[in-house]
Design a protein around this ligand. Structure first.
Ligand code: SF4
Length: 411
């Protein structure tokens, strides 16, 4: 893995493994940064009934009042708003994610309409990357041909080998989704469509074997894997994360995957959570809200056109992601100054006192914002995964620092 380290640069690690100086925070204090990622909930329902889903199974139940599909009129407004935002802020590139529910339930006509409307309206010299995040149940040859034509990249959710995936990712009847997802992944990953493949999203369940989970995912040669911690907070803790306990079951699981991935003689894939931690240790800003202090630059548009914050906040309480703005009346500029977005662009200023005093807070960043929530004092807390994050980051730091020192002494 030293090739990866060299590519990332070694400037911020000293030979003894200590982090030099403070790591860069990209949010200029007091100035709202433009959105760069737009998540469009083009459909609000799902053909699976995943047992951990933050949208249907957790605190916020607002999906019940959403229309099933976005309308063409809403898509036209969104496209115009995105184009305006890109123009006003002179954005070199943006990313649009077609999301749900299950976005493929919106059907090929609506998806095609959405992609063309966005590309047309945002054709202002901005590079537009469009991707769809799907459970892959409907990902057949027709959809793949459409995505080829539209240049839409495809991310698939899968939790590993069959028994691992079947713990949560099932149909409402309880039937396994694994065979269908594997068939779709084979269509996507094993032939000419691989170039569309953006990666696999895997939610961690610590009862699953970590190395077997990783190895089941790399069977499909994904360019990247996102390992997602199950959502929860201090008032509604994630499974097996007892807030009173000093055990670190999630760090234990993730370290087993990290060591398997890091020790591989060849780079099998990118695991974004780990790569971002290494990038932070090297002095680069993180590119995800899951770790680090980089300002969040993502906005969500609900199926009815409501503008919202990260939908992961829905795991905290009813209405946590809402902004009371709508694309029919409001621009994306108008929500940049919403307190929820400002809070997630303030970096260390927004951290709890305990995090600010923590020696790895520039790397950890207090964890994912939604995981800090408590009914008692809102988001002014460390992550509910604090102990796991501390142990995982320390482990990665030690391993990387050792290799950096070795590489330097070999020069
Ligand atoms: S490890 Fe814990 S205390 Fe330190 S920054 Fe992360 S959440 Fe905060």
């Amino acid at each position: 893995m030293t090739k990866t380290l060299t590519a990332l640069g070694m400037a911020h690690l000293s030979g003894d493994g200590k982090t030099e100086g403070s790591l860069q925070h990209h949010g200029p204090a007091g100035k709202a940064l433009a959105f760069r990622q737009f998540i469009l909930k083009i459909n609000s329902r799902c053909n699976l009934a995943c047992r951990y889903c933050y949208m249907y199974q957790m605190a916020d139940q607002s999906w019940r009042t959403q229309p099933i599909n976005m309308t063409h009129a809403t898509l036209d407004r969104i496209a115009r708003r995105i184009g305006d935002h890109a123009r006003i802020h002179d954005l070199a590139e943006i990313e649009v994610i077609l999301h749900g529910g299950e976005p493929l339930l919106a059907g090929p006509e609506l998806i095609g309409y959405a992609v063309k409307a966005i590309r047309r309206a945002a054709d202002v010299g901005t590079r537009i990357h469009i991707a769809v995040q799907t459970n892959a149940i409907l990902l057949d040859q027709n959809f793949l041909d459409l995505f080829e034509e539209l240049e839409v990249r495809v991310g698939v959710s899968l939790d590993g080998y069959q028994a691992a995936n079947d713990r949560h990712r099932v149909f409402a009847s309880g039937r396994s989704s694994h065979p269908q997802v594997v068939a779709a992944l084979n269509r996507l990953a094993r032939g000419r469509h691989h170039r569309l493949f953006s990666g696999i999203l895997c939610t961690v369940d610590i009862r699953n074997d970590p190395v077997a989970t990783y190895e089941a995912l790399i069977e499909f040669d994904p360019p990247a894997i996102d390992l997602l911690l199950p959502h929860g907070n201090w008032s509604r803790p994630p499974p097996f994360r007892d807030p009173e306990s000093t055990a670190t079951p999630y760090a234990d699981w993730l370290i087993a995957v990290f060591d398997r991935w890091y020790d591989s003689p060849r780079t099998e894939t990118e695991i974004r959570f780990f790569t971002e931690i290494i990038r932070l240790l090297m002095g680069h800003p993180s590119r995800t809200e899951a770790i680090g202090l980089s300002p969040a630059r993502m906005v969500v548009v609900e199926t009815d056109g409501s503008i919202e914050q990260s939908d992961i906040l829905k795991s905290a309480y009813q209405g946590a992601a809402a902004t009371a703005r709508h694309v029919a009346e409001d621009s994306f500029e108008s929500v940049l100054h919403h307190p929820g977005f400002i809070a997630r662009q303030r970096g260390s200023l927004e951290l709890a006192a305990r995090c600010r005093a923590c020696d790895i807070h520039t790397i950890c960043g207090g964890g994912l914002y939604a995981h800090r929530y408590s009914d008692v004092n809102g988001f002014a807390n460390p992550s509910v995964y604090c102990l796991d994050l501390y142990r995982l980051i320390s482990h990665i730091h030690q391993r990387v620092a050792r290799d950096v020192a070795k590489a330097r002494s070999a020069r």
